[in-house]
Design a protein. Structure first.
Length: 204
């Protein structure tokens, strides 16, 4: 597979009883999407709730990008509201693994047993697998212990030795006072993509 043959934009639509999981389009409510992302990230323990994760400009550009980035969303079947997001992207000239980020769901859905987040992640994994990628990667901060555990339960493993520094000024700008001086690194995690290990219990 050559890099030029890769497509991470898929028309695949998955549904369960309450939600539909699909590619975001220009017809979706951008303001609502921004609010879902920012509200979701505001629940991260170290993060200052008023520190935005994204904005309308970034979301519009992400939806419009037809190259190496795509935004997938979870939509409520009753009122079509955007309930979750995951950005799927691939690194230039790398056809072995896809990456994801901006992965969150609305705070009121984070503790539910419906598995909205896992099913949304599963959609991204399926798209990456069908595009020909062998694995999926993500990066997160070293102080996100609960997040690490969440991904480990879904088959992701720490890429031992792969650490990257984080701009301390950035950490201070988004952190609550008690976390502003905490030394943080970027940790990479990876999962081999197989049809029988897709997150969220999807059968493909």
């Amino acid at each position: 597979m050559t890099f030029s043959s890769i497509s991470i934009h898929s028309n695949l639509i998955l549904k369960d009883e309450c939600f539909t999981y699909r590619l975001a389009t220009e017809n979706d409510n951008v303001d609502e999407t921004v609010k879902t992302v920012n509200d979701g990230y505001a629940t991260v323990p170290y993060r200052e709730p008023t520190a935005p994760r994204t904005n309308t400009e970034e979301i519009r550009k992400l939806i419009a990008d037809k190259d190496r980035r795509a935004l997938y969303i979870a939509v409520n079947n009753k009122d079509s509201s955007v309930c979750g997001t995951v950005k799927l992207y691939c690194e230039e000239n790398n056809s072995d693994h896809a990456c994801f980020g901006m992965f969150t769901v609305r705070p009121d859905l984070q503790k539910r047993t419906k598995g909205v987040a896992a099913r949304l992640l599963g959609l991204a994994e399926i798209v990456a697998l069908q595009a020909g990628f062998k694995s999926m990667k993500l990066d997160n901060f070293s102080n996100e212990k609960e997040t690490h555990a969440y991904y480990e339960r879904r088959g992701y493993r720490d890429c031992i030795g792969k650490r990257e520094p984080v701009d301390q000024d950035y950490i201070r700008s988004i952190s609550k006072p008690e976390y502003k001086e905490e030394k943080v690194e970027i940790i990479w995690m990876e999962k081999e993509l197989k049809a029988d290990t897709i997150s969220g219990g999807w059968n493909i």
